[in-house]
Design a protein around this ligand. Structure first.
Ligand SMILES: Cc1ncc(COP(=O)(O)O)c(C=O)c1O
Length: 383
């Protein structure tokens, strides 16, 4: 059978491949701890489950949902932006997605033609690059370096790239580094994108995963002309990865274009799931602070262990990840392989986030503090 050539330029999705490695380790009777994928272990709030169940009682819950999402959920997103970020949105500036990954993929054809340039951070969540390639775009990697706190240096982007680029993805709080952006950075990148007429998208999947009592920020707080787009996700904040629900907010022309792609290739999310998301957004902010405390304590404890074992890392304030440097004389694959083989610890090799990250790996703090510490304490001492 003839299969297209397009797929040759992209790898299998790492976390899909990992499932078979995990199954094998389990069937060998090995005790394993999975600190690879960012799939929260925390329990789901009962009110979210209640929303889902109540949704099944509603009329026409089994029908095709509205393509752009339930009005009630869009209004809840609008309220969230108003109360938390003091950003005012209207209904045309919001779209509900089947997880933010769906929107990240679909925004590429919504904005770009074949051959256009998409600027993507490196390292980054791999979907920006793979989706860019799948849609026939060229991707330009802007390097995020530890010495710059993993912020892109906009002056390093060649003029020819800036002039041709149509889309610029950023992701703060950042996966995999944990870096968070400040007001000055957001203002600078907004004016850079305005100057070169580039659609700026912030992937804010981790916007609430920051230290307790800190204020989250949104790109849209600094976007007076509402030119940009921000993606939001219920997955990480509300432990709803399997529900597949997220949203995009911002420029109405881009949202309309995203809806045009979306309505042609898929439909709206199942109504009871949207009802569950409404209840999630209605939860008291105390819920969010409690969740933040848990991740914060895990991060502190894990950093202490890494220090003891002489493993270097970046102390990012955001996300539940720690971005580490592989010990001397190891490649990332060798080190991750050794941790799995000798200690049953699954972590993510750096090259998943970009081909220059051969001396990094990422730890996801998605298990209890005690278990993470017990398992990591067994590993050797490195220099
Ligand atoms: C940076 C980033 N953006 C988006 C997503 C996708 O989230 P969702 O579950 O909303 O599709 C992930 C998932 O890990 C992520 O790490």
């Amino acid at each position: 059978m003839k299969i297209n050539n397009r797929l040759n330029s992209i790898e299998e999705y790492h976390f899909k491949d990992l499932e078979s490695i995990k199954e094998k380790a389990k069937s060998d009777g090995k005790e394993i701890i999975d600190l690879s994928i960012g799939d929260p272990d925390l329990p789901i709030h009962p009110s979210i489950i209640r929303g889902l169940i109540d949704g099944l009682d509603g009329e026409e819950f089994n029908k095709y949902p509205p393509y752009d999402g339930l009005k009630e959920l869009k209004l809840e997103v609008i309220k969230y932006y108003r109360e938390v970020f003091s950003v005012n949105l209207n209904l045309e500036q919001v779209i509900i997605l089947i997880g933010s990954k769906e929107g990240i993929n679909n925004i590429i054809p919504a904005v770009c033609d074949i051959g256009d340039i998409v600027i993507t951070p490196h390292p980054s969540y791999p979907v920006y690059r793979t989706s860019g390639k799948l849609w026939g775009c060229k991707t330009y990697n802007v390097l995020l370096k530890m010495k710059n706190n993993y912020m892109p240096i906009l002056e390093e982007i060649p003029l020819a790239i800036a002039r041709k680029a149509k889309l610029f993805f950023i992701n703060y709080p950042n996966n995999p580094t944990g870096a968070v952006a400040d007001e000055m950075f957001y203002k600078d990148i907004i004016s850079f994108c305005e100057k070169y007429d580039i659609v700026l998208c912030n992937d804010a999947a981790y916007n609430e995963i920051i230290p307790p009592n800190k204020r989250p920020t949104s790109l849209l707080q600094f976007d007076n002309k509402m030119n940009c787009i921000e993606f939001g996700s219920m997955s990480k904040t509300y432990n709803m990865t399997g529900f597949r629900i997220g949203y995009a907010v911002g420029n109405s022309k881009v949202i309309k274009s995203l809806l045009k792609i979306k309505s042609n290739v898929d439909s709206g999310q199942f109504i009871p799931i949207q009802k569950a998301a409404i209840n999630a957004l209605k939860l008291d902010r105390m819920y969010i602070n409690t969740m933040r405390k848990i991740y914060y304590e895990r991060k502190e404890a894990t950093c202490d262990i890494l220090d003891k074992h002489n493993i270097k890392y970046f102390r990012g304030e955001g996300t539940f990840y720690i971005w580490c440097t592989t010990p001397k004389n190891y490649t990332t694959s060798e080190f991750c392989g050794e941790l799995l083989k000798d200690y049953g610890i699954i972590i993510t090799p750096g090259h998943i986030f970009g081909n220059m990250c051969y001396n990094n790996f990422r730890i996801a703090l998605t298990n209890t503090r005690e278990y993470i510490c017990n398992m990591l304490s067994q590993i050797g001492y490195y220099n």
